[in-house]
Design a protein around this ligand. Structure first.
Ligand code: DUC
Ligand code: ZN
Ligand code: ZN
Length: 469
């Protein structure tokens, strides 16, 4: 049997979304080819005794090098974003290729491939963002792109340069139904936000903390309800992204209770931040401006419950990186600017898994299997990457993170590998950290060192997704 395996990961506890068992893993040509006790020696060996051997994370919501309309620039490109992801135990990222209004979607896809070329250390796919669903886009471009492996797209109910009206949403949903694609929806009521923002600005209430006042849970609840209703009319599954708390969750849970295929994603900022984090001295609260905004401790508890009870299927970062001390970052309009002119988004691609592992698994709120399901298996299933990604099984890519479940780490920005000058989680202590990360059988991260090359990551074509029950 000598030479059967390029690599054997020996003696660890393997966990998937369905099982936890002790096994060695045999890897050949970048894939898992054996799972059994006492495999023969491989060309290389990793001793995983006392460690957890998990499928690498799939971060299905992150923004890298996405152009903006206000002069700001995202801090992470397709080199630093995926690198940071890998250090945090993630082996697949699905960022967005965003259509500009008035331009074609094909053009956007070409542009993003150019941005990513030769940069990503780990494998990546693209979701599309549809901002201009013209006849040409719906009739020709999108159906062809779906067949080419871009099988999910995000649409917005807010942001002037991105949002669709209800009729446009219906047309996109109808197309998704015809082609078997999955629509992701950013649900916040645009007119409510505009009206509240204008009133706050008139009153001089422009500090970062008023961002949370201008985007209340009611606005999210209403748009979530509307998105679900429109999807029900069309009879098509949808996935509501970055759900922030109980109000929107109730709409989703009620829809699921009725048997509608409504899926939902939440993110670390809704578990670990509140609106109080926007109320820091001076302009510092701008670091935590993202949409929807973090809410309150009751919302955090609701989100934990949703992770436990199945309201949520996916846990993503929504990594949207803007530097703080940077005139192309959070301060693009100056450090006295109204909250309405602060770029939306916070970094989190590297801290997503350690935060959920520590506060979820170590503290007993969710099982290890549920952790794997939420952070790797379900996103791979929903976005058409299963069985290649999202699990450890014979034939799947050997995308594996080997965790030391007892390692204590204090998160500081110095420790992280993104190109952002802060982390919202500075000083937070976590237990458990991914120590060795493999992408297609190659060790890319080991003990704090990067061993993988930029550009080794492959573009992944997604199948039209299987939908979960
Ligand atoms: N909200 C979004 O919708 N996208 C990126 C970041 C954010 O805060
Ligand atoms: Zn969004
Ligand atoms: Zn986003």
């Amino acid at each position: 049997m000598a030479g059967t395996f390029d690599l054997v990961i020996r003696g660890g506890t393997v966990a998937t979304a369905s099982d936890e068992f002790r096994a060695d893993i045999g890897i050949r040509d970048g894939r898992v080819v054996a799972l059994a006790a006492d495999l023969p020696r491989g060309g290389e060996e990793i001793d995983a005794t006392g460690k957890l051997v998990l499928p690498g994370g799939v971060d299905a919501h992150c923004h890298f090098d996405q152009p903006t309309s206000d002069g700001s620039r995202m801090a992470d490109d397709f080199a630093t974003g995926p690198l940071s992801a890998a250090f945090g135990g993630t082996t697949t990222v699905i960022p967005f290729a965003c259509q500009q209004k008035g331009h074609s979607l094909r053009e956007a896809v070409r542009d993003y491939h150019e941005r990513a070329r030769g940069k990503s250390m780990i494998d990546y796919a693209f979701h599309l963002i549809v901002t201009d669903p013209t006849e040409q886009v719906l009739g020709q471009e999108l159906p062809a792109l779906i067949r080419d492996g871009y099988t999910s797209f995000k649409i917005y109910t807010t942001y002037d340069d991105l949002k669709l009206n209800d009729r446009q949403i219906i047309e996109v949903l109808a197309l998704a139904r015809r082609e078997g694609a999955l629509t992701m929806i950013h649900a916040e009521n645009s007119d409510v936000i505009a009206w509240l923002t204008e009133a706050l600005e008139r009153a001089g209430d422009t500090a970062p903390r008023f961002h949370a006042t201008a985007r209340p849970a009611i606005a999210e609840r209403e748009a979530t309800h509307r998105a679900i209703s429109l999807a029900e009319v069309v009879d098509v599954p949808i996935l509501v992204v970055h759900v922030s708390g109980g109000e929107a969750m109730q709409q989703i849970a009620a829809a699921r209770h009725k048997g509608l295929r409504v899926f939902a994603e939440t993110c670390p900022q809704y578990l670990f931040l509140t609106a109080d984090d926007l109320d820091l001295d001076g302009f510092e609260g701008a670091k935590h401006i993202c949409s929807p905004p973090p809410r309150d401790t009751a919302s955090q508890q609701s989100v934990w419950r949703g992770l436990q009870d199945g309201t949520f299927q996916v846990f993503s970062s929504d990594h949207a990186p803007f530097r703080y001390e940077d005139l192309a970052g959070k301060k693009v309009a100056g450090d006295k600017a109204s909250f309405a002119h602060v770029p939306n988004g916070i970094p989190g691609v590297e801290t997503r898994l350690p935060l959920l592992f520590s506060e979820g698994v170590v503290k007993g709120r969710i099982s290890l299997r549920r952790f794997v399901e939420l952070t790797s298996t379900n996103p791979a299933r929903l976005y058409g990457l299963m069985p290649r990604k999202g699990t450890i099984a014979i034939g799947s890519d050997a995308d594996i993170a080997i965790w030391d479940p007892a390692r204590q780490v204090t998160i500081t920005n110095d420790l992280l590998h993104h190109n952002v000058d802060y982390t919202p989680y500075e000083g937070r202590q976590v237990t458990g950290w991914p120590e060795i990360v493999l992408s297609r059988g190659e060790v890319v991260i080991r003990g704090g060192d990067c061993l993988g090359k930029a550009g080794r990551g492959a573009f992944l074509q997604c199948a039209t997704p299987d939908t979960l029950q």
